[in-house]
Design a protein around this ligand. Structure first.
Ligand code: PEP
Ligand code: MG
Length: 561
């Protein structure tokens, strides 16, 4: 088998057996009913036995798992033999549905009922749907969907991972991720970086490697080598023998003392506590929509302010940048998003929803202000998807009316980067969202694996727009208003050095990335960072930019990054 190349999105070099993610269970055909000769009693029994087997399997996995994974598995195991589910399935069987179809439809009904109850019960709807797929797989005698189970650590190969797979991914078992789809901004890439797992995405062909085959994964070079030889074994052994990265000490700085605050991206209070424990100097991006995903209605004022306060309380006296709801495209919120838009990434998303749904943004700003008033965090607020200075000015007005003192914007579209000067006349800071800035600069959907080469923040055009933003800030004000980066680019240690060299003031990333970025930054002077930036901006491709900068930063190798 020959080597497969893809996009390396999370560093590390390991060798292990591959396990393929089983395909999703297709919906049983509604047109196929129960065969005339089948006995309803016997089929009901078969269904119960399958449900019990699924429950036993999930319980056994829960016993071997830890943390969140164990909790999710336990909750799902409970659902597997839920009497309500089995009773409605038995009724549908009696009405002539096939056994598989009966459990499929019954689960649909139970999930709808749970959703209608709202809150915790609504969250269980996903478990019911997971359980039904497992029961159908059991009835068919095919592998259960989801992350496979194994006694030995393995490398997970999949087409791509869905957010729902995240919870059951046990980092003690999975030692690397390789996917045929996905790009540098995909869910798989973000998850791998959050868990510190080596990962290669957009590696076409990895789903054809037979389960059990030993492979070498290099998450920096973007390489997957089946049946590795001596060279790969030496590389993996050297990686395994590297010293652990020193924990982040809470002060981001270059070797010559230029302070670069290292902040964290969080989605809720729990994430904020974890970020504070990892030494984050504050929150550079609170994705408020993550507090309210899957909600059909706008959350109440009380609910919102409680969610925000939980984050603020993790950072007393520190900066917390709250992003107002970024609904739409990859983060749909039913109460703000028009699901019929033909091109959601170019549609009414982020700040633009204020016109279509007036009042939601204002109420959110009021809830943020209330939470800020009851906490000691230094609260800044920014709007996503700002395209013009007039929008920035309008947002600043809304913030002022709500009593919020530090308004800012995200720079996520080229027009905002190019008019950063005018935008920063209206607001106090800018934060560059490189995930979307890359998508819109390269006109390439951030979620599409086949476009991974384009959706790479190392693209020189993206770096030039980051430079334009910093230059725009410098041309308008002295000292320039702060420009940070809060996209995934900030979590890549080598790219973080480039960003600092381009003049970015602060970097915000998932908490897990802080130690690597801090450790590398400490080894380079500002001049060296500027040289890295020059190399990257003038390169003729993302690949060359990355290769040139990496070759110029030998400490990456020593640190295992
Ligand atoms: C970005 O676009 O870079 C960003 C940080 O926002 P999100 O990933 O939530 O769209
Ligand atoms: Mg964005």
């Amino acid at each position: 088998m020959s080597s497969i190349t893809g996009a390396g999105v999370s560093p590390g070099r390991v060798i292990g057996p591959v396990l393929q993610m089983p395909p999703a269970v297709p919906e049983p055909d509604a047109a196929v009913g129960l065969p005339a000769e089948a006995s309803i009693e016997a089929e009901t029994e078969r269904l119960k036995t399958a449900a019990k087997a699924v429950q036993a399997g999930l319980k056994a996995r829960a016993a071997n798992a830890s943390g969140d994974a164990a909790e999710v598995l336990k909750a799902t195991a409970l659902m597997a033999a839920d009497p309500m589910l089995l009773k409605s399935a038995a009724k549908l069987l009696a009405a002539g549905r096939s056994t598989e179809r009966a459990v499929w439809e019954a689960a649909e009904q139970v999930a709808a009922q749970l959703k209608a109850l709202g809150g915790y019960m609504a969250e269980r709807a996903a478990d019911v749907l997971d359980v039904r797929a497992r029961i159908v797989a059991e009835l068919r005698g095919v592998p259960a969907p989801g992350i496979p189970d194994s006694d030995v650590p393995f490398i997970l190969a999949a087409d791509d991972l869905a957010p729902a797979d995240t919870a059951t991914l046990d980092p003690a078992k999975v030692i690397a991720l390789v996917t045929a789809g996905g790009g540098p901004q995909s869910h798989t890439a973000i998850l791998a970086r959050a868990l510190g797992l080596p990962a290669v995405v957009a590696a076409e062909g990895v789903t054809s490697i037979p389960s059990g085959t030993e492979v070498f994964v290099d998450g920096s070079a973007g390489l997957v080598v089946p049946e590795p030889g001596e060279t790969e074994r030496t590389a993996a052994a050297a990686y395994a023998a590297r010293g652990a990265l020193p924990a982040f000490d809470g002060t981001g700085t270059t070797a010559d003392g230029r302070l670069v605050p290292l902040l964290s991206n969080v989605g809720d209070g729990e994430g904020a506590l974890a970020a504070a424990a990892a030494g984050a100097e504050g929150v550079g991006l609170l994705r408020t929509e993550f507090c309210f995903l899957n909600r059909d209605e706008e959350p109440s004022f009380e609910e919102q302010s409680a969610a925000y306060k939980a984050v603020f309380d993790a950072f007393p006296g520190k900066k917390v940048v709250v992003r107002t709801l970024d609904a739409g495209a990859d983060k749909p919120l039913p109460f703000l998003t028009d699901a019929t838009e033909p091109n959601p990434a170019l549609g009414v998303r982020g700040y633009r929803t204020d016109k279509a749904h007036p009042g939601v943004l204002q109420r959110q700003l009021e809830a943020i202000a209330a939470a800020a008033g009851q906490s000691e965090a230094e609260v800044w607020v920014m709007a996503p998807m700002i395209s013009a200075a007039s929008e920035a000015a309008h947002f600043a007005g809304l913030c002022e009316a709500a009593g919020l003192k530090t308004p800012g914007v995200m720079v996520e579209v080229p027009s905002a980067a190019l008019t950063a000067g005018a935008i920063l006349e209206a607001v106090d800071f800018a934060s560059i969202g490189t995930n979307d800035l890359t998508q819109y600069t390269m006109a390439a959907d951030r979620q599409l694996g086949p476009l991974a080469e384009l959706t790479d923040p190392w693209q020189p055009a993206v770096l030039q727009l980051i430079k334009a933003t910093v230059d725009g800030a410098a041309a308008t004000h002295q000292p320039p208003k702060p420009v940070g980066v809060c996209g995934e680019a900030a979590a890549d240690p080598a790219l973080a050095v480039v960003l600092v060299g381009l003049g970015v003031n602060s970097l915000s990333m998932n908490a897990r990335a802080l130690s690597g970025v801090a450790a590398l930054l400490k080894t380079v002077t500002l001049e060296q960072a500027k040289e890295a930036a020059r190399l990257a901006v003038t390169a003729d491709s993302a690949e060359t930019a990355k290769a040139k900068v990496r070759a110029n930063l030998p400490m990456l190798e020593t640190l295992g990054l």
